[in-house]
Design a protein around this ligand. Structure first.
Ligand code: PRP
Length: 189
């Protein structure tokens, strides 16, 4: 029997608690297709070695969990937590590690997984810290890249999508800690 249930429009999505969405930038199917492709690209790029997938919390948590299930080789997973704001409201321009991975990084092939590259400040700082741990290789996989970062010292080897310069939420990305659980990525009004 053919289903007559129609998908709920984004405007009626109860997860948005009435907040208006300008548009859906990447829908669920588009994300799943691209994440599967990234998984294949990453599988093909790492023919040997100990791959450690390092997710930068919190934004990467959904992307990372989908991505690692599309990588068809042995790997380990760990996480980093960075704080980018000194007093929680005004950007201090510094990025500090507030959780350090427990796993040994030396000699491993590290893939740092980010949800979005915006100013590039987070990546510049974290990559410098991680390089000091003497990994065998160190690469970046970013789901979204706004391509607006000036002075980006490390380019991402794997990028899901070039992203519009809009305020994006969903699939891990937040606004004041809300909307991370949306299965799609939308821009807020
Ligand atoms: C956001 C995002 C990236 C970073 C990108 O993290 O998740 O990690 O900013 O911005 P940049 O390129 O300008 O440095 P945020 O500090 O908001 O923390 P979150 O991941 O916990 O949301």
């Amino acid at each position: 029997m053919t289903s007559t249930i129609k998908p709920v429009g984004v405007k009626a999505d109860p997860r948005l608690s009435g907040r208006a969405v300008k548009r859906v930038a990447f829908d669920e199917g588009t994300l799943a297709t691209r994440v599967a492709e990234l998984g294949r690209e990453i599988t093909a790029a790492y023919l040997d070695g100990d791959l450690l997938v390092l997710g930068l919390l919190k934004g990467s948590f959904i992307f990372l969990s989908d991505l690692v299930r599309q990588i068809n080789r042995p790997l380990q997973v760990d996480f980093l937590v960075a704080s980018s704001y000194g007093d929680g409201t005004v950007s201090s321009g510094t990025v500090n590690l507030v959780y350090d991975p427990e796993t040994e990084l030396e000699g491993k092939d590290i893939l740092l997984v980010e949800d979005i590259v915006d100013s590039g400040r987070t990546l510049n700082r974290l990559m410098t810290i991680l390089k000091e741990r003497k990994p065998r290789s160190l690469e970046i996989c970013a789901l979204l890249h706004k391509r607006i970062a000036e002075g980006l010292k490390f380019e991402a080897k794997f990028v899901g999508f070039d992203a519009p310069n809009e305020f994006l939420v969903g699939y891990g990305l937040d606004h004041a800690e809300n909307f991370r659980h949306l299965p799609y990525i939308a821009s807020l009004q």
